[in-house]
Design a protein. Structure first.
Length: 103
């Protein structure tokens, strides 16, 4: 059986698709902001990309291109990986809908 050519959709007539997209985006941004807030409290630096370069925000608010973790060859604890991959961050967002993570 030959696959069909993909259909190009120029616009959606169903506003519900846009509403669902906005909700999914809001949940993702809220979860990200919640984790950034928690990481600041714990003194964990944040990594992000700006103009194609990786930069790091240190707990004191300083932005630097130097990795606060060194060469990147250090071992990462299994506990921190489990937390990073858990559903706990999203659970905290849902439980704290009125928190400032939505602002």
């Amino acid at each position: 059986m030959k696959p069909e050519n993909p259909k190009i959709v120029e616009s959606f007539d169903d506003i519900e698709i846009y509403k669902k997209d906005a909700l999914i985006n809001m949940i993702g941004v809220a979860a990200m902001n919640e984790e950034k807030k928690n990481n600041r409290k714990l003194g964990i630096p944040a990594a992000f990309m700006h103009n194609g370069k990786i930069l790091y925000e240190l707990p004191d608010g300083t932005i630097t291109p130097e990795s606060p973790w060194g060469s990147g060859k250090e071992e990462v604890s299994l506990g921190s990986l489990k937390m990073a991959l858990s559903e706990e961050p999203l659970k905290r967002v849902w439980e704290n809908e009125d928190d400032d993570v939505y602002n």
